[in-house]
Structure formats: C-alpha cells, structure tokens
Design a protein around this ligand. Sequence first.
Ligand SMILES: Cc1cc2nc3c(=O)[nH]c(=O)nc-3n(C[C@H](O)[C@H](O)[C@H](O)COP(=O)(O)O)c2cc1C
Ligand SMILES: C=C(O[C@@H]1CC(C(=O)O)=C[C@@H](OP(=O)(O)O)[C@H]1O)C(=O)O
Length: 354
Amino acid sequence: MAGNSFGTLFKLTTFGESHGEAIGGIIDGCPAGLEIDAEMIQLEMDRRKPGQSAIVTQRKEPDTVKFLSGIFEGKTTGTPIGFLIENANQKSKDYSHIKDVYRPSHADYTYDQKYGNRDYRGGGRSSARETACRVAAGAVAKQLLKDIKITAYTAAVGEIELQKSLKELDFSEIEKNPVRCPDPAKAEEMETYIKKIRSEGDTVGGVVECVITNVPPGLGEPVFDKLHARLGQAMLSINAVKGFEYGSGFDGSRMKGSEHNDLFNEDGSTRTNFSGGVQGGISNGMDIYFRVAFKPVATLMQKQETIDSEGNKVEMQGKGRHDPCVVPRAIPIVEAMAALVLADFYLLDKTSKI
Ligand SMILES: Cc1cc2nc3c(=O)[nH]c(=O)nc-3n(C[C@H](O)[C@H](O)[C@H](O)COP(=O)(O)O)c2cc1C
Ligand SMILES: C=C(O[C@@H]1CC(C(=O)O)=C[C@@H](OP(=O)(O)O)[C@H]1O)C(=O)O
C-alpha cells in the first residue's frame, strides 16, 4: 500500500522527484525471453517528453532510458528490469518563491499535511515527470502484448470536441499534429486554442479516448479485479485525471435495456458494443474503449490568492515551465497504463485454466 508500485504479476515500482538527480523504476515479473526493441521504447518516451512542441512545457529533457538490469543480448532474462532516466534540465530556482506557499489545486498542501515536509522543487514526486517511468514500462508491456493494439488520442480540449464517430476516425492522423487528435481540422482548432490560453497565462483541460483492439476474450478477474476496475484505477492514478468511463459510460444510464444490450452474432461477437469489450469484468473479444477526463493544469502564470504554510493569505503567480494543457502529452501515458493492466491480466490468465 506504499503507493509507488502497480500490478500483480507484471509489476512496476517507480522512484524519483522532478528536480532530483534522476527518476527510474523496476519492472518485476516480465517473463524471460522477450525480445526488447529499444528504439520503440525511445519513440514512446519521445511522444511524452517535455519540450516536444510549442503547446507543452518548455522544459527540455532528452528522457533517454538507461536499462541497468534484466535485459541481456536484447532479451529479457526474467530478473527485475531496472531503468534510469536522468533529470537534465531542472530550474529549481523557479520554485523558491513557493517553498512555503501552496499552489491552489496542485499537491503542495496535501503532501505537507501527509508528510510534514515536501520537496517543493518542481512539485517533487507529485510532478507528472514521474509518468516518464510509466511510459518506459508501458513500452515493455506493449512488446509483451504483441498483437493487442492500444491507441489513444485527444477527443476534446476544453469545449472543442471531436465530433466524428470511432468508425470515421483515421488513426494514422494522430501523430501528425502536436495535439494528437485524429481529425486534422479539429486538431488545428485545438492547437490555436491552447496557444491562446497559454498567452493569457491560463490552462485548459481535455479528454483522452483510448481504443484497444485484438483483445482475446477471457482477460480480467471476475470480482474485485475486474478488467474495467483495474483500467479505471490505472487511469485515475495519472496526474490531473478527474474522470473515467468505459463503453457506453454515463450515456448508458440514459438508455433502455432493449437499446443497450449487445446482441450476439453466431461467432460470439456482438452487433453493437455498448459493453466496451468487457462483461462481468472479463474481456469478451470486442474492442475495449474508454474515456479519461483531465482537469486544467493547476500552475497558472496569473496571480491567484492562496495561503502559506502558516495559514496567511498571500498572492502568488506560477513561474517555471508548465503545460497549458496536459492532454497532448497524456496520450502515451494513457496507452502505457492500459498496457500495464493488460500485461498483468495476460499473465494472470495463464493461471485460470489448464
Ligand atoms: C502530462 C502531464 C503534464 C502535467 N504538467 C503539469 C504542469 O506543467 N504544471 C502543473 O501544475 N501540473 C501539471 N500536471 C498536473 C499535476 O501533475 C497534477 O495536477 C498534480 O500532481 C496534482 O495532482 P491532481 O491534479 O491529480 O490532484 C501535469 C499532468 C500530466 C499528466
Ligand atoms: C517535467 C515534466 O513535466 C512537468 C510536469 C509538472 C507537474 O507539476 O506535473 C510540472 C512541470 O515541471 P516541474 O516538475 O519542473 O515543475 C512540467 O514541466 C515531464 O513531464 O517530464
């Protein structure tokens, strides 16, 4: 329950603070003999790294993953995979003015209340810098999952929403724009809006959608560790996440059973997929899809009223390099967390029948 580990059989533990020397992790439970494509891992890191475009934080980190153990001659050995990612571009002075001041809606106040101290430089452990470790581990999990394809994309930035249905989307467009939205016209609108919001010293939230295809039926545990419950926990553990829904989600609550039931084809597939690929906590072989809501970034480049650690009212304005909207960089994080959940269930499934 220490909160720094995730997973049952395919386990990730992460360490490190945003302005410390390095961050990193240990992947435990990855089976031996898995061929590791290091280039693919780095490509995933590049999709998440700060400084990648004009609409994200301008902190420049190479985010190169150095593997320390568990991989030999390009293959996993079955022993713990340790890895390190250096922090190369901290500017800790930008945080001296908030040493004893709490940024509204960041984690400064709660960390102080819980631990009685905090590494205030760049949010310390509460900075989403930690998610780099999740992406590194998620890339290994993706390689274990082979044919299962996980694709996330930006579905909304503030009030600007993707209006196309899943079937109309061209996923090859996602990586062609800095917002990672599969509709090029909407992507442009979103990009312009994020730039405007940033110029005002403000921030905006958004929604990430994720679709997982080629999932075999039978993944997931039936009672507490339901597949959608673990996906929900994984997504809600990402910084700034405020909501998770899968399949028909909240819209399903407004439908009648006669509209909502997914009727079978003779091969066991279903004609509709309001279930979102999961029934009774177990995958049914249809596509899994879910949505994740992200709040607007807490650190504003505008003056806001807050309190200091003595309870005095003070005014503060953020400094440093911050994302005006987290969604474009959250895409690989959502995919990575989904991959960690599926890798776990993939391994667990091998224990469910002879
Ligand atoms: C990819 C990503 C980038 C983020 N960038 C920032 C940032 O630049 N500044 C900031 O204040 N919060 C940022 N956040 C959000 C904070 O990490 C988060 O609000 C903080 O940890 C408090 O947790 P909570 O919002 O989940 O309660 C980012 C989150 C993600 C997922
Ligand atoms: C450094 C990264 O993003 C950071 C996420 C973040 C936050 O508060 O979450 C705040 C900013 O940096 P710092 O930790 O220096 O305050 C972002 O630049 C990264 O993603 O690698």
